[in-house]
Design a protein around this ligand. Structure first.
Ligand SMILES: [Zn+2]
Length: 1048
């Protein structure tokens, strides 16, 4: 390699860009540099950051997988973390991150692999003010490094790209992790359908690859061919990982110069192989062999979709005009005149989305996806024709400058007021963007802003949406029913055929239709009246942002909470309204009726609210056990207009039979689909159900739904709205008068009768007595799912007990990395391994969750063993390490709020909980700070340790029907039978009449804390056997928050 002419000992890296086009509120500074090894880095100095991060994106992904080793790019992503020359311990990196409030992750995409981490900005706790650190540039370099967890993390991170070890003994384990990751996705329709479309693409284009890989493709089969797999992974790394293909982003508190020095010191060692940027030109993902086909696929979920894929171009160089945004704006429109409005009115569809994307440098796709109703599926050919008629309409009207002006205006406003996102999200996404050909000073704005109206480019873009340049995928569980093939990797049943001649002729005709041949209902959208005009923000600097909202109205009808934004300065607001009513969640019947009502209101609002939505102003209606929540959020300029429309639609809803039937059917499917989610996604519903006094689960709701009619809803919803208590939170760029006016609007539109506090629902949790050892079993309904799941929960106490809570938070922190390292990395129990606190209503506890092919009994044994071992670890832990963990959890609690919405959510959580504990974080910290190791050991021995007789446990076992390992049914049977006996035992005399089993004999195998598990068979009876906690109460007198002002 030729040396640069400049022969200084340490030449500075090239500074490529120093002035970044950035949002108005962005107080970070930026610099893009290129090291001598051609590694490009974006440095971000954020003096206020409490979390800092780095991400590195390598321009290689699954498109570069060898044909005989699918998944290799992904496997390399996993294996890269397994030890480096400088830090050979395989979990050195994660241990370091965890002890500094951090975490890491990575993903493999088609043409890039992205690695990132996040850590605390300082090794001190963030309440011990040390922000001067960022300003004293001249502070000596070594103390800067010592004080910055970022340096230590960067050092460990850089080594993955300098000298990874691919440790031999971690190989099998990590490949099992990949295998388990793949098994987790096997029953997931998104993955299945994505792969089906890939597998049925041009076999000469890398899009056809299977990107995740599994144990067979990465281990068994290559071994059988005599391949040295470790060498193969190292070769892939050597072949594709090169400094000039890497884009690094580092976000820190330190100055740009310091960050530049660190990056140069640590990343200059990454070898450069001068590899070309990957491109796939002159090969199309769909050729004449794949185009003009219709694919019928059978999903796991009950769903019906119609998808169009057009071969499109890669628009990477057209960032200024982004022609595909013009197409997706019109095709994806939901307002009057749109495709969706038309096919929805026909009763054919529930939703539509459209968009262009770059598949890889060299090719792109444009997709349209439509959610069909039952009728729509029967009429899918008509739906296809409508889409082509609309495309003809677009072609008939020359590209409209006013539409692009709207897109420009909205993209400008959104970019200008863009708020910070979490550090690692920022670095990870920017490092991926750096792979694209944006001018370096436009890295932030490039993807967001539409800058130019380019009618020629729009015309060209439109020319791809031709009747000879697409294919269709029709997804349904029962149509056409004669699927005759199976996709290789996921087993998805499908059928593929040429689009029939007469259908194709109709499509061509539609694509060439004239205005008179098209339905008159189709037309271009009207001017969007929701684009905000008033964007002023009155900025009043304050020393310390207010931590609580003020209660500005508090009477029998209404409580209104308000805070004018004092730290984010965006022309936005969030308004949340609870309409409190015991009726909403009283029974499964009323719960379902409330759901249906909510869906009907939303359905009626689709066309109206779409313009608002694309202008950054949205609304939502959520049904929950104590009522309905109505929210509006976004630019505050036209917020009251939208809120009024939503409230009026709620009050005046016209329950139409045809829409009711469509929505009922959709809700029915979503209830039925619930059972086909991943086991780990289901288990939380059961745990919340089992620790709350009240609440319903899916199957109870499902059994009510069929009997509910449109007439029921017509009479139900006026009842629901008849008597309410209204609670409002208005937060953001609003004045007190605005908040009061919005409140008046709710009151005067709905005009509810007073719901006195004596009728408000009380939330209570169940109390698990010391020594309890409960097991609840569910059989999973998906016959093809191979994964079991366990949620292992230990009850600790009432969430309002601040001391217990602090100990619980610290326990979760201490066990976080070890649980992952032991149960996932070392024992490879499954891809989904989670541990942490378990807090629901008033119930506070600790939990470990595992999804695995291993049986729940086995998993429970592993968890017990882990918790037993960890007791020793804790006892032997040095004071220093203990303090580090304490600092870490305190830093996490004190993490800064990133944007307006995160602050609104914090307030709303504390309002909805009815504890109004707005300063909970500070209380947590105050209770964490004095904790000693001895305190924690004592806590652990009482509440967590399997040997504790006082420990209270509930384990939820989700059992897969299909097991891939030879299970131990006999053992399970015994456990079940013992359990049945014990529940009867626990329930008292009447039940014990039927007992035929000996009581807790000495010969029995002890599980856990020595008590025999009680299997919960009758949930109602079991709940009745437990005591309930006291309900939620305000932690302070609400009058403390009042700021009612002078009465007029
Ligand atoms: Zn993975």
């Amino acid at each position: 390699m030729s040396e640069p002419v400049n022969s200084r000992d340490a030449p500075l890296p090239d500074r490529i860009a120093e002035h970044m086009e950035k949002p108005a509120l962005d107080d970070r500074s930026y610099r893009v540099i290129r090291l001598r090894n051609q590694l490009e880095a974006l440095l971000i100095h954020d003096p206020e950051a409490d979390k800092v991060s780095a991400a590195l994106d390598v321009n290689v992904g699954s498109f570069s997988d060898g044909v005989d080793m699918p998944g290799i790019a992904h496997a390399v992503e996993h294996l890269l973390f397994m030890g480096t020359k400088k830090y050979p311990k395989e979990n050195a990196y994660n241990q370091y991150l965890t002890s500094h409030s951090g975490h890491s992750n990575a993903y493999t995409a088609a043409t890039s692999t992205n690695y990132y981490f996040e850590v605390a900005a300082s090794s001190k706790t963030s309440n011990s003010k040390s922000s001067s650190l960022s300003r004293t540039l001249e502070e000596d370099a070594s103390s800067l490094k010592e004080n910055s967890p970022l340096y230590g993390a960067l050092d460990r991170f850089a080594q993955f790209f300098v000298a990874p070890l691919f440790l031999e003994d971690t190989l099998d384990r990590e490949l099992k992790a990949v295998d388990s990751e793949n098994k987790k996705n096997l029953q997931n329709d998104t993955w299945r359908l994505h792969q089906l479309s890939k597998s049925l693409s041009n076999p000469k284009h890398p899009v056809c690859h299977f990107s995740t890989g599994n144990f067979k493709t990465l281990h068994d089969e290559p071994l059988a061919r005599g391949v040295q797999i470790r060498d193969e992974f190292i070769q892939f790394y050597d072949k594709h990982y090169s400094a000039n293909r890497m884009k690094l982003v580092v976000l820190g508190r330190e100055s740009l110069n310091v960050l530049e020095n660190w990056v140069e010191e640590l990343f200059s060692l990454v070898p450069n192989k001068d590899l070309a940027r990957l491109r796939w030109d002159n090969v199309s993902p769909l050729t004449e062999n794949e185009l003009l086909m219709q694919i019928f696929a059978k999903p796991v979920f009950e769903m019906r979709t119609l998808d169009f894929s057009f071969v499109y171009r890669d628009e990477e160089d057209m960032y200024a005009s982004q022609p595909s945004r013009y197409l997706s704006h019109l095709i994806g429109h939901e307002g009057p005149g749109s495709i969706l409005a038309y096919i929805k009115a026909k009763g054919w569809a529930n939703g539509l989305s459209a968009g262009g994307s770059t598949l890889c440098p060299g090719s792109g796709t444009f997709s349209i996806s439509i959610k069909l109703t039952e009728d729509g599926l029967k009429q899918y050919q008509e739906v296809v024709k409508t889409v082509f008629q609309y495309i003809a309409l677009m072609r008939d009207s020359p590209p409209q400058e006013w539409i692009v002006d709207e897109l420009k205006r909205m993209s400008e406003v959104d970019f200008r007021f863009k708020q910070k996102s979490p550090a690692s999200r920022t670095t990870s996404s920017l490092s991926a963007i750096m792979q694209k050909p944006y001018p370096r000073n436009l890295l932030l704005s490039g993807p967001s802003l539409v800058r130019e109206f380019d009618p020629k480019a729009i015309g060209e873009a439109l020319s791809y949406l031709r009747a000879d340049n697409f294919r269709l995928t029709i997804v349904s569980q029962d149509f056409p029913g004669d699927w005759d093939q199976k996709e290789r990797w996921y087993g998805t049943e499908y059928k593929i055929e040429k689009i029939p001649k007469d259908f194709l002729a109709d499509i061509r005709k539609a694509a060439q239709s004239t205005a008179s041949e098209r339905p008159a209902e189709l037309h271009l959208p009207h001017k969007n009246e929701f684009i905000p005009n008033r964007l002023e923000v009155e900025k009043k600097e304050v020393d310390e942002p207010l931590k609580t909202p003020k209660l500005i109205r508090n009477d029998e009808n209404v409580r209104t909470w308000f805070k004018k934004d004092d730290q984010f300065w965006v022309p936005k607001a969030n308004v949340h309204i609870t309409l409190r009513s015991p009726l909403a969640g009283l029974t499964p019947h009323s719960t379902v009726a409330t759901h249906l009502y909510r869906e009907l209101v939303q359905d009626a609002l689709v066309e109206y609210s779409y313009d608002a939505e694309i202008s950054g102003l949205g609304y939502s209606i959520i049904a929950h056990t104590s009522g309905l929540d109505v929210s509006v959020y976004g630019y505050n300029d036209k917020m009251s207009t939208l809120l009024e429309k939503v409230l009026v639609s709620m009050r005046d809803l016209d329950v139409r039979e045809d829409r009711f039937n469509i929505i009922k059917e959709r809700l029915m499917r979503s209830f039925r689909n619930w059972d086909f989610q991943q086991p780990y996604q289901q288990v939380g519903t059961y745990s919340r159900w089992l620790n709350s006094e009240k609440g319903w689960i899916n199957e109870q709701l499902l059994s009510e739904l069929p009997s509910i009619t449109a007439t029921d809803i017509k009479s139900f919803f006026p009842q629901l709205l008849r008597q309410l208590h209204i609670e409002v939170l208005a937060h953001g760029n609003l004045y007190k008068e605005d908040a009061l006016k919005l409140t008046d609007m709710v009151e005067s539109t709905l005009k509810p009768r007073i719901l006195p506090p004596s009728q408000w629902p009380i939330r209570r949790s169940l109390i698990f007595p010391p020594g309890s050892n409960f097991v609840y079993e569910r059989k999973l309904k998906d016959p093809a799912n191979v994964n079991h799941c366990i949620e292992y929960m230990l009850y600790v106490g009432h969430d309002s007990d601040r001391d217990l809570r602090a100990k619980l938070l610290l326990t979760a922190q201490l066990t976080d990395e070890p649980v992952f390292d032991q149960l996932r990395t070392k024992q490879q129990l499954g891809y989904v391994v989670f541990s942490g606190t378990s807090i629901n209503n008033m119930w506070a506890g600790y939990r470990i969750l595992i999804q695995s092919e291993k049986s729940p009994e086995y998993l429970e044994g592993r968890i017990d063993a882990f918790l037993t071992d960890f007791e020793k670890t804790l006892e032997e832990m040095s004071e220093e390490e203990f303090e580090e963990h304490k600092r870490s959890v305190i830093n996490k609690r004190l993490e800064k709020l990133k944007n307006l919405t995160s602050e609104t959510n914090r307030f709303w959580t504390h309002i909805v909980s009815e504890c109004f504990d707005f300063e909970k974080v500070d209380h947590d910290v105050a209770h964490l700070t004095p904790l000693t190791k001895a305190d924690l050991v004592a806590f652990y021995k009482q509440y967590i340790s399997p040997s504790s007789p006082a420990r209270a446990k509930l384990a939820i076992h989700m059992l897969a029907q299909l097991t891939s390992e030879t299970d131990v049914p006999a053992e399970r049977k015994t456990l079940l039978e013992q359990g049945k006996a014990n529940i009867q035992n626990a329930l008292g005399e009447s039940a014990s009449q039927s007992l035929e089993v000996e009581i807790n004999g000495s010969g029995q195998k002890n599980i856990g804390n020595g008590t025999t598990p009680v299997v919960i068979t009758d949930v109602h009876a079991w709940k009745a056997s437990l005591e309930v906690s006291r309900g939620a109460r305000a932690v302070r007198d609400l009058s403390d928050f009042e700021d009612l002002g002078a009465k007029l």
